[in-house]
Write a protein that binds this ligand. Structure first.
Ligand code: PGA
Length: 254
């Protein structure tokens, strides 16, 4: 089956709001038609309102990088999924390895956030991935299977088929050392197998699985050519206009 490729930028804690505005104005009219590749920029919460506003007549979607699992309440410093949806945000990255590692996010928490994202009309991009040591000792498939079985538990089939899952080996993030296309394919297939185990093959065939970790305009095509890789989650190379547009060009349906 043909799944629409999906290239998403993950800006992390980079760029000022002014720089984000300049970026949005520069790319808004140049993003390829959503029939050939879907595109998104996931940005810090502070930047989202400006980005949504400046891209409302464009094919570019806007995503957040995190959200809380409640709609509102006494959660100082947190971002509400309800408010993100109200703002016009479409996607939210959840369980990125930086959130797991530096902010202590557990699979149980990521599962609560995943359910909250769907309940509030957002589409989660749920991240998984192994450390270098786990990779080198042959545990990568077991690690991501364990993560995703918990992260993706208890969704409805209607929710599950809308999921985006990003496989991002931790050792490839921001290091310039990307996975081979064979590893990316094997691991994205393993992601799909977990979804099939939880929700059946029909759902798994619809879920889009991205590879992430040092994706650049030069290597995006080779990942997208893999049968189970449906897109990319891109950090560093999504911060510059030319590079982001080149990624989208490389991600188009063949
Ligand atoms: P990178 O980051 O493309 O800079 O390696 C990817 C990510 O963390 O999503």
């Amino acid at each position: 089956m043909t799944r629409l490729p999906f290239i998403a930028g993950n800006w992390k804690m980079n760029l000022t709001v002014k720089q984000a505005r300049d970026f949005a104005q520069a790319v808004a009219g140049k993003v390829p038609a959503a029939t050939s590749v879907e595109s998104a920029i996931c940005a810090p919460a502070t930047h989202l309102e400006a980005l949504v506003e400046l891209t409302k007549n464009s094919e570019l979607n806007i995503g957040a990088e995190n959200c809380h699992f409640e709609q509102s309440g006494a959660y100082t410093g947190e971002v509400s999924p309800y408010v993100l949806n109200d703002l016009g945000v479409k996607y939210v990255i959840l369980g990125h390895s930086e959130r797991r590692e530096y902010f202590g996010e557990t699979d149980e928490l990521i599962n609560k956030k995943t359910k909250a994202a769907f309940a509030n009309g957002l589409i989660p991009i749920v991240c998984c991935g192994e450390t270098l040591e786990q990779y080198e000792t042959g545990k990568a498939v077991d690690v991501i299977t364990g993560q995703l079985q918990k992260d993706l538990a208890d969704l409805t089939k209607e929710q599950a088929e809308k999921l985006v899952v990003a496989y991002e080996p931790i050792w490839a993030i921001g290091t310039g050392k990307s996975a081979t296309k064979e590893d990316a394919q094997k691991m994205c297939k393993a992601v799909r197998d977990v979804v099939a185990g939880l929700y059946g093959k029909e759902v798994a065939d619809k879920v889009r699985v991205q590879y992430g970790g040092s994706v650049k305009p030069e290597n995006v095509k080779e990942y997208l050519a893999c049968p189970d890789v449906d897109g990319a989650l891109v950090g560093g190379a999504s911060l510059k206009v030319d590079s982001f547009l080149a990624l989208l060009e490389g991600g188009k349906l063949a």
